[in-house]
Design a protein around this ligand. Structure first.
Ligand code: ADP
Ligand code: MG
Length: 246
């Protein structure tokens, strides 16, 4: 394992009842790397991300984030781990009864006991970073989907995660709002954030990802730099997946 491995997954297996949906995943992610995860619906992409942030219990294998092993049943270890992992979902999941600023302040205040003044100052900085400084006192339902998703990114950044997981974060957006969210993600990548991103945006993957992981039927079926993987798919499954996109 390289010195700067930040996510280290070995022989990971995960079942729902009799349905094994991750069938032995091995993957090492280096600090600052951007990984795009692609594959058809049901191939296990979301389950893999959910295992990495401890939302799903897995049956076999091991998973380390920033050197910390993921141990279900050890509440302290899980809390420590969750502070290292940020996650953004398709449907933003902002708290509707809290202002934008309060959404961003919530986790640092609750989990890190950051005092309100410091949390508010940090939230303002983060909202500025995603281009929404003026929305601090707005309510989530006053924002467009693209703006809400940018708030969700600011909220995840507030915990200063060492890795950010994004699960189809532009899939619920009107096409004209996709670009503003992807630009924020691209900026994070340029600033050195480690990103694991399930996406259907192949142009974005081609441009921003260091590696693309193609999942098929619960396995990593192919993995490589975007230029190689897209130009020269090795398996029938990836060829078929890519041709179905056009
Ligand atoms: P993807 O994100 O690639 O579309 P998922 O990881 O969501 O795939 O799902 C992989 C498989 O796991 C699917 O067969 C799905 O039905 C199953 N699955 C996902 N979540 C659950 C769950 N909570 N309970 C039972 N089965 C699940
Ligand atoms: Mg999914």
């Amino acid at each position: 394992m390289a010195a700067d491995t930040i996510v280290n997954i070995s022989a990971l297996r995960k079942s729902f009842g009799a349905n094994e949906v991750l069938k032995g995943i091995d993957m090492q992610v280096q600090r600052g790397e951007v990984i795009a995860i692609i594959g058809k619906s049901g191939s296990g992409k979301s389950t893999l991300l959910r295992c990495i942030n401890g939302l799903e219990v897995f049956q076999q294998g091991s998973l380390l984030v920033d050197g910390l092993p993921l141990k279900h049943g050890d509440a302290k270890a899980m809390r420590a781990l969750r502070q290292h992992v940020g996650m953004i979902f398709q449907n933003f999941n902002l708290f509707p009864h809290l202002t934008v600023g309060r959404n961003v302040m919530l986790a640092p205040t609750l989990v890190k006991q950051t005092d309100a003044t410091a949390a508010a100052a940090q939230a303002k900085k983060l909202l500025d970073r995603v281009g929404l400084a003026e929305k601090f006192d707005a309510w989530p339902d006053q924002l467009s989907g693209g703006q809400q998703q940018r708030v969700a990114i600011a909220r995840a950044l507030a915990m200063e995660p060492s890795v950010m997981l994004c699960d189809e974060i532009t899939s619920a957006l009107d096409p004209e709002l996709v670009g503003e969210v992807l630009r924020v993600v691209e900026t994070l990548a340029e600033e050195g954030m480690t990103l694991l991103m399930v996406t259907h945006e192949m142009n974005f993957a081609r441009k921003v990802a260091d590696r693309v992981v193609f999942m098929h039927a619960g396995r990593i079926h192919e993995m490589g730099p975007p230029n190689e993987l897209f130009a020269n798919p090795q398996t029938a499954e990836l060829k078929q997946f890519l041709s179905a996109l056009h």
